[in-house]
Design a binder for this molecule. Structure first.
Ligand SMILES: NC(=O)c1ccc[n+]([C@@H]2O[C@H](COP(=O)([O-])OP(=O)(O)OC[C@H]3O[C@@H](n4cnc5c(N)ncnc54)[C@H](O)[C@@H]3O)[C@@H](O)[C@H]2O)c1
Length: 451
């Protein structure tokens, strides 16, 4: 990274050494870093140093993947729950600096960029604070908790010129890249309709996660966890672990799952805009555990004039699938495969309507039809179905690598703040339509979802 980082890293290590041996203290970076002599010297220009904010279910996975990427290193971790400080140190190294205060990571000149994997209601503030502090940031999906949050995040990111990448990893998937290539080649002819769905049928899939057994207001900063959500709630381990199910903190199946389908579709179709309209149905049909977000959610969109139909179901297992329906064939995309079945769009036999003709007329019609079409039908009968098998969609490492490369090269990423905003808007529109029981549109002029 930049030249001054060599100096700032030395300064950081020097300062840190004075704190050696400090115990876990809420609210401050634990400075039990190795003495300077034992730290491997590396050319600063070769390495990207990141700080992670949120070391929960997703953050811990991101952290484990990120530190395996060459020339990338974790400089510090932040979480409001001390148990996740322990986890971060188990993943990275026993003396990793840890803190409850993310601004300490933003103030740390030794840190080039941030990975943020916090609940949705914290995305806006952390992204805005990070880019304003001059840090690039990889923020988990959905980018925003509301349309207004997204607008503010786009403004802040554009003003700062920092790299922002959102964490829907489909966009870095080889499977989606191949599908994108086939679509761009025109294999589908005219695109008529896009469908996508995803279904689960178990408590984990419906976010009934077990809270950490030791969780308490002593080892978790519960007040900060709630952010600016009002009214503040009494300490509740269920909310901490299952926040997705409540609109105050999460964005429901839309922000959790639909955003992946939408981001993948936008990437494959080379779309970077909000849907023009969304109309949703759904309900809390199975998981009646106090949640206020639907467990079944089906949404019809218009993207320009393209109809898109997406379905999420938390109580019926359905393998994730896209179907791109075109005038020249059907492209099906699953987690690790693509199948393209061409269709000629032409009659392969005389019209069945002629069964209603008297015999002589019917026979004359059939004779002429065969004379004119048989050669073509024989040729088309041998059409080729294309199938590709790839690695699973879960392309976390390529997605993270794209981000770290952009931090070095300053080249823009595909899933930037505008892309992330557009994908998240589709989710917010799905939720707005569900709650309003009405079609909603996105008004770019006023930057509002309208009923
Ligand atoms: N890309 C994917 O496939 C994928 C998968 C799962 C989750 N996610 C996303 O990752 C994000 C996190 O989800 P999760 O399941 O890991 O949640 P989680 O609840 O397991 O972890 C979130 C962590 O963030 C911490 N936190 C909350 N507010 C904080 C703050 N202000 N400062 C510091 N730490 C804070 C919490 O203490 C918690 O440990 C969400 O946006 C979610 O949608 C993405």
């Amino acid at each position: 990274m930049k030249e001054e980082h060599e100096l700032s890293r030395r300064e950081f290590l020097g300062v840190s050494a004075t704190y050696a041996g400090a115990s876990i203290a809420a609210g401050s970076i634990l400075p039990t870093i190795k003495p300077l002599g034992t730290v491997k010297k590396v050319a600063p220009s070769d390495r990207v140093r990141f700080g992670i904010i949120g070391v929960g279910m997703q953050g811990s996975g991101l952290l484990g993947e990120a530190i395996r990427i060459p020339e990338v290193e974790c400089a510090a971790a932040c979480d409001l729950y001390d148990g996740r400080h322990v986890l971060a140190r188990e993943i990275v190294r026993p003396d990793l600096p840890v803190t409850r205060r993310y601004k300490e990571l933003l103030d740390n000149k030794d840190i080039d960029c941030i990975i943020a994997a916090v609940p949705d209601h914290w995305h806006r503030q952390i992204v805005i604070d990070a880019v304003s502090a001059g840090k690039d940031i990889y923020c988990e999906k959905p980018m925003s908790h509301s349309a207004a949050d997204g607008v503010a995040m786009v403004d802040a990111a554009k003003k700062s010129g920092r790299i922002v990448q959102i964490g829907s990893q489909r966009v870095s998937s080889q499977v989606c890249a191949k599908a994108k290539e086939l679509i761009a080649q025109g294999k589908l002819g005219d695109l008529m309709l896009v469908e996508g769905w995803m279904g689960r049928n178990d408590p984990n899939g419906a976010w009934q996660y077990p809270p950490p057994p030791d969780l308490s207001p002593q080892n978790l900063d519960w007040d900060t966890w709630q952010g600016d959500v009002r009214p503040k709630r009494a300490f509740d381990p269920i909310l901490f672990a299952r926040w997705r199910a409540w609109k105050e903190y999460g964005t429901g199946v839309a922000g959790d799952l639909l955003v992946h389908l939408i981001s993948g579709m936008m990437f494959m179709l080379d779309i970077n805009e909000a849907p023009k309209q969304a109309m949703a149905v759904g309900g809390i049909r199975h998981w009646k555990d106090g949640r206020n977000m639907p467990d079944v959610h089906a949404v019809s969109y218009y993207y320009g004039d393209l109809p898109v139909y997406m379905r999420l179901n938390s109580a019926t297992e359905m393998p994730e699938l896209y179907r791109f329906q075109g005038s020249k064939g059907l492209l099906e995309v699953t987690g690790n495969s693509i199948t393209f079945t061409p269709q000629s769009g032409k009659d392969m036999s005389p019209s069945y309507y002629t069964g209603s003709f008297p015999r002589a007329m019917r026979q004359a019609y059939a004779k002429k039809w065969h004379e004119e079409n048989d050669a073509r039908v024989r040729a088309e009968a041998m059409s080729e179905v294309l199938t590709f098998h790839g690695p699973d969609y879960d392309d976390l490492t390529p997605h993270l690598t794209t981000f770290f490369n952009a931090v070095k090269s300053r080249k823009p990423v595909v899933e930037d703040v505008v892309f992330g905003h557009h994908a998240a808007l589709a989710c917010h529109m799905a939720n707005e339509s569900y709650f309003r029981k009405n079609a909603v549109t996105w008004d770019e002029a006023t930057k509002n979802v309208k009923g």
